[in-house]
Design a protein around this ligand. Structure first.
Ligand code: SAH
Length: 399
């Protein structure tokens, strides 16, 4: 049967974006603006008919097409291309990931597989489909077969984000085990053990992107530590190996219950300072503690994304500033601040500017020890700024 591949024409702006190395074309940059086929492989051309490559299209998303390759390929070539990209992503992790049995195996655009995320938590793989195309039965099968081939002993769980399925106009689906019997396991990052339940928790991969930052924070922290927004204790448990005592704060009780179980897992294994888990609003707690004159030798701030849109950036920056200002007031001279932002819309320079202004207002002099991003299994594509969402700045209070 002859294959027919639709052709999608993009505007000058859309073409420029693709040529600049960004794989997305928005619906408003189609010519004429409007419809694209659902879940299809399409050929992309500029208005003069010049070839721009092959892309996966969505009939619903504002991101109408996501470029897969600058060559023109047909549907028959798609399975092999996916298998090759999956193999390359897995090989990259094999070479680069150290001290962990858990890491992001495939990261969407970062691995040239736009719309697909797979995380490995020890012997459980968690798969997340973000686009119509990767929800196609044939492509799902290619992905699952590849994963089973590379990780023969692992179970596979699908994590569904209902919001994304609504946006992509995909039929409802529930999170479930696709292969194997268990959705729970224990993973080990830098020697620290953490319970994982692929069918619970706030999002898949909540802590994987911070894996190397946990280890970095533990290289500097000492004395008394405060981990705000601790979730299931990622930073706190790493700090407990080097600090006298650690307070882990989060507003979510279920997260803290898992944090406490994680503490038990680790207490038997290696040195562990005192840990106190506190259910509290970190903003209120920092305000009260700063007012009460409490002091720490290390503070970690890893709040949820404050800026989900560009418009939210000013409010987000004032939220970050408030947190950082209060934390800085409580740090003893020589103390360490580990401050993070996972808001893509707040860039590194804006984040550093915010931190500088918080330091000035707090009357503290800060030395930057490290400017970090996400762990190596969350690769950054130079011309795709969305892939560089995580900032983690480690600094020391001199005065
Ligand atoms: N540091 C964690 C990830 C933090 S995710 C890790 O390494 O795994 C953000 C966390 O902030 C979530 O656990 C959420 O429950 C918590 N949170 C959100 N708003 C909060 C608030 N106002 N006060 C305290 N915790 C909050």
């Amino acid at each position: 049967m002859a294959e027919s591949t639709s052709i999608v024409t993009v505007s000058q702006r859309g073409a420029a974006r693709l040529r600049a190395g960004h794989p997305w074309v928005y619906r408003s940059d189609l010519v004429p603006p409007g419809e694209t086929p659902a879940s299809a492989l399409v050929h992309v051309r500029d208005e003069r008919g010049r070839k721009l490559g092959s892309a996966l299209s969505s009939s619903a998303s504002q991101i109408a097409i996501r470029l897969l390759t600058s060559g023109e390929i047909g549907e028959h070539a798609l399975p092999e291309l996916l298998r090759d990209r999956i193999a390359a992503a897995i090989e990259f992790r094999k070479q680069r990931v150290r001290d962990a049995d858990s890491y992001r195996v495939l990261f969407s655009e970062s691995d040239l597989l736009p719309g697909l995320i797979v995380d490995r938590y020890n012997d459980v793989l968690s798969i997340q489909v973000l686009t119509q195309a990767f929800d196609r039965a044939d492509l799902r099968q290619v992905v699952l077969d590849s994963l089973a081939q590379h990780f023969p002993a692992a179970g596979i769980v699908e994590r569904v984000d209902p919001r994304i399925r609504t946006l992509e106009q995909l039929p409802e689906r529930t999170s479930q085990i696709l292969f194997g019997e268990r959705a729970t396991t224990v993973c080990t990052l830098n020697g620290v053990r953490l319970h994982f339940d692929a069918l619970a928790g706030q999002k898949t991969g909540a802590f994987l992107d911070q894996r190397e930052n946990y280890a970095a924070a533990a290289r500097y922290a000492h004395g008394q530590a405060l981990d705000c927004f601790t979730y299931q204790g990622g930073f706190a448990l790493h700090l407990a190996r080097v600090c006298e005592n650690v307070t882990g704060v989060d507003s979510s009780r279920p997260a803290l219950e898992t944090a406490e179980q994680n503490e038990q897992l680790n207490r038997q294994q290696h040195r562990c300072g005192e840990i106190e888990w506190m259910e509290a609003n970190a903003f209120d707690l920092l305000k009260d503690y700063a007012a009460a004159g409490r002091e720490y030798d290390a503070v970690v701030l890893d709040p949820p994304a404050f800026a989900k849109t560009k418009r939210a950036v000013p409010t987000a920056l004032s939220g970050y500033k408030e947190l950082n200002l209060r934390a800085l007031k409580m740090l003893r001279p020589g103390g360490i601040l580990v401050t993070c932002s996972c808001s893509f819309h707040v860039g590194e320079s804006e984040f550093l500017e915010m931190l500088g202004s918080a330091a000035a207002d707090a009357g503290r002099t800060l030395r930057i020890l490290e400017k970090r991003g996400a762990a190596v299994d969350h690769p950054v594509l130079l011309n795709v700024p969305e892939t560089a969402y995580l900032k983690c700045v480690i600094c020391q209070v001199l005065l």
